[in-house]
Design a protein around this ligand. Structure first.
Ligand SMILES: [Zn+2]
Length: 452
């Protein structure tokens, strides 16, 4: 009898323990039913403060802008996880909350993960293309860090975090109308310019306004991914995207071939090349060389618009070099502004003309602005590494080697040249020969004077 009683007590005790544990685990969804999609996605055990930050940002935006989950008119932009950090804590978990609550995703093309440096603030923006309204929420680093510290120490109470108000969690919440049809007019841009001065979107105005505008007009996945890496859309990035499309159309890669890009000179376009062709600098798919004014003004007029040298390279080292030009004058005249306005950094002009051309170029074709300045077969180059080390080496000049500009005149004997590559001419070292000759002459004169 006594034993029976003990068993009954034990069973009651165990049942109550399980009941308490069970209700504790399920409590956050029972207290906050709106969290269910996030908890279902990440799992009870894995739910974190960052998931809830994304939840809170999306919830706030939906309340303020008045949209519901999955609204196809809404674009979400954030630098969460790419790669804004809060101190030593990474922020990618916030994407879970944004996706599950606002119903946006990369697959749907309405979640843009804007690239920012790791020490930049964590922010979220939601744009409704139907109304043109945009809300920006920037996280209060100090507040969030205190919660992440508790989470790291295993002492965080997520229900308590759910009670943190938006005013405490976000250091800035601002809403503005960024209707691209208004902002591409000069009057509209002038009226909006104070938002740049006041950093209404935390200094991310150009990123948010330009990406939202082009997205609202219909953007390809390739261009959107390029915009993520570049963190904004400008006519420079558009020129690169157009050139990738031009090369794919006119010089499609055969089996085993790849693109190697020589950014001579580099500008925003080259981020589109790296994204679309995967020709990253680190994988030697891209080499960069600046063309200073002192050099470019000596180029024949045909080459004044040079954008870069694009090498189509086969597995066996066979290469074809295509030199493309980009017509900035035509961009400016088609979009209705003066070229000097691109440098109008003391007024609305700098961003207005960029936004205007971002939107207007979408109605144009790459061929309208791209010219083929030269197509040359430089022979077998061995490998990408050997080719880059020869043509784009310190002191080399691919423009001279390709015959785009004449070899600089020197009175001195040729300076030592880079190690010869397997085939083709070896690049010259313009300038170094002259310097060596002058230095030699100087030493000679000094020695003569000393002797004298
Ligand atoms: Zn740019």
């Amino acid at each position: 009898m006594k034993r029976k009683a003990v068993v009954v007590v034990l069973v009651i005790f165990l049942c109550s323990v399980f009941a308490v544990t069970g209700s504790a685990q399920g409590s956050i969804v029972s207290d906050y039913p709106g969290l269910k999609p996030v908890v279902d996605f990440v799992g009870d055990e894995k739910l974190s403060v960052m998931d809830l930050v994304g939840y809170k940002a999306a919830k706030n935006a939906m309340d303020e802008l008045g949209f519901s989950k999955g609204d196809p008119n809404v674009l979400a932009l954030t630098d969460a996880g790419y790669i804004a950090n809060i101190g030593k804590y990474s922020s990618e978990g916030a994407l879970n909350g944004v996706m599950m609550i606002a119903g946006v995703s990369r697959g749907k093309g309405n979640l843009v993960n804007v690239h920012r440096g790791c020490d930049k603030p964590l922010w979220f923006a939601f744009f409704d293309k139907e109304t043109g309204d945009c809300i920006y929420l920037e996280v209060n680093k100090g507040n969030l860090k205190s919660w992440l510290d508790k989470e790291a120490a295993g002492t965080v109470d997520l229900s308590e975090f759910m009670e943190v108000g938006a005013d405490a969690l976000f250091s800035k919440i601002s809403m503005e109308n960024i209707d691209p049809d208004k902002l591409i007019t000069e009057e509209g841009a002038k009226a909006w310019n104070h938002n740049f001065d006041n950093k209404t979107f935390g200094g991310n105005e150009f990123s948010i306004v330009t990406i939202s505008a082009v997205w609202s007009k219909g953007i390809s996945n390739e261009f959107l991914r390029s915009a993520e890496l570049h963190n904004h859309i400008c006519p420079g990035l558009t020129s690169g995207y157009f050139m990738t499309q031009y090369l794919r159309e006119n010089y499609p890669l055969e089996e085993g071939e790849q693109w190697v890009v020589w950014a001579v000179p580099p500008w925003c376009k080259d981020d589109a090349f790296q994204q679309v062709f995967d020709c990253t600098v680190g994988k030697r798919g891209m080499a960069v060389m600046y063309v200073p004014n002192s050099v470019s003004e000596k180029l024949a007029s045909k080459y004044q618009n040079i954008a870069g040298i694009y090498i189509k390279m086969g597995e066996t080292g066979e290469a074809k070099a295509i030199v493309l030009g980009w017509d900035w004058e035509k961009v400016c005249s088609d979009c209705g502004f003066a070229r000097k306005d691109l440098k109008g950094f003391d007024s609305h002009k700098w961003w207005w003309v960029r936004l205007r051309s971002d939107v207007m170029l979408m109605d144009h074709e790459p061929e309208e602005y791209i010219s083929e300045l030269m197509v040359k077969n430089p022979g077998n180059q061995g490998s990408v590494k050997v080719m880059n080390a020869k043509w784009m080496a310190v002191g080399a000049n691919p423009l001279v080697e390709l015959g785009i500009m004449p070899e600089p005149e020197t009175t001195a004997a040729p300076a030592s040249r880079p190690v010869s590559a397997p085939t083709g001419k070896t690049p010259s070292i313009p300038g170094l020969g002259v310097i060596a000759a002058i230095a030699g002459a100087f030493v000679y004169v000094v020695k003569r004077r000393k002797r004298g």
